[in-house]
Write a protein that binds this ligand. Structure first.
Ligand SMILES: Nc1ncnc2c1ncn2[C@@H]1O[C@H](COP(=O)(O)OP(=O)(O)OP(=O)(O)O)[C@@H](O)[C@H]1O
Length: 266
């Protein structure tokens, strides 16, 4: 049975505006952001430092309430009125900031991906342990299962958090600079998981600074500049040299290498 449009839309943000601080001193960070993410879409969010990418991701994850505007999940439900557990059934987050991981082992952290669909305080089943270890193996961190999460390196923790995302039942993955701490092999392994997830009918919105990775692994690109959406469309057309040069304020020139595209500074 084909899904109707309401089922295909995993998230819709409507006229999101956000400022930090109160009253006269409030500093506007996001203005009038509207976007929709459909099942199957891989979307990269790019833009210069400090333009509001993480702020937008936190709002879309339900971790920050916008000054005005609304975020709806499947069926038009208001994200900011839902419980964390309900939200976790629909979306999962790899945060930019290193989270507080207490005394959990790396495996415990991955098993938290099952939290939204298991009874509170229940012990993980053998099947869940197996799935968690399989996700860890995909990202080359299975041998770290028993290591305390607090001692993991930045790149190891990043891959463990991604393995947690892979065990979640949530269709929408929100990834804030998921490749930031990773070497090139692990960047590719992680982004291939994103591609596979979207091919299975999931969706992902990922903040990236690497334009070549955005072009290769994401079908759609949103460019955020000065708190506003400057462009939103297929990667091939949105990642335009003139627009990128203007937004990033350096003279960028793209070079095609087979099907891949890289950017050099002129
Ligand atoms: N809690 C806060 N209180 C006040 N200002 C904040 C807060 N969080 C973020 N900001 C400011 O909002 C602006 C946008 O920050 P944000 O982290 O969203 O940018 P970003 O696009 O993700 O940047 P980067 O590429 O450097 O990660 C910045 O100027 C930042 O200093």
């Amino acid at each position: 049975m084909a899904l109707d449009e309401a089922d295909m839309t995993l998230m819709q943000a409507v006229e999101i505006t956000h400022g930090f601080g109160a009253g006269e001193g409030q500093r506007r960070v996001l203005s009038d952001i509207s976007l929709k993410i459909e099942a199957g879409e891989s979307v990269a969010l790019i833009g210069p430092n400090g333009v509001g990418k993480t702020t937008l991701m936190r709002i879309l994850a339900g971790l920050l309430k916008p000054t005005s505007g609304r975020v709806e999940l499947r069926g038009g439900e208001d994200l900011h009125a839902m419980s964390r557990r309900e939200v976790a059934r629909q979306l999962t987050v790899v945060p930019q900031a290193r989270p507080q991981v207490f005394d959990f082992s790396a495996l415990d952290l991955v098993l938290m991906g099952f939290h939204a669909r298991t009874a509170r305080f229940s012990l993980p089943s053998a099947a869940h342990q197996e799935q968690a270890l399989a996700a860890m193996a995909e990202l080359d961190v299975a041998d770290l299962a028993d290591r305390p999460a607090s001692v993991l390196s930045g790149g190891e923790l990043q891959r463990v958090l991604m393995a947690r995302t892979m065990t979640s039942e949530a269709a929408l993955w929100l990834l804030d600079e998921p490749t930031a701490n990773l070497d090139i092999r692990h960047q590719i392994a992680l982004l291939e998981q994103v591609t596979a997830h979207c091919a299975r009918g999931g969706a992902a919105l990922g903040v990236l600074h690497d334009l070549a990775l955005a072009h290769r692994y994401f079908e759609r690109v949103i460019i955020l500049d000065d708190g506003k959406i400057r462009a939103d469309g297929p990667s091939n057309s949105t990642l335009d040299d003139a627009l990128l040069s203007q937004v990033f304020q350096v003279d960028l020139h793209s070079v095609d290498v087979g099907e891949r595209r890289v950017w050099v500074v002129k």
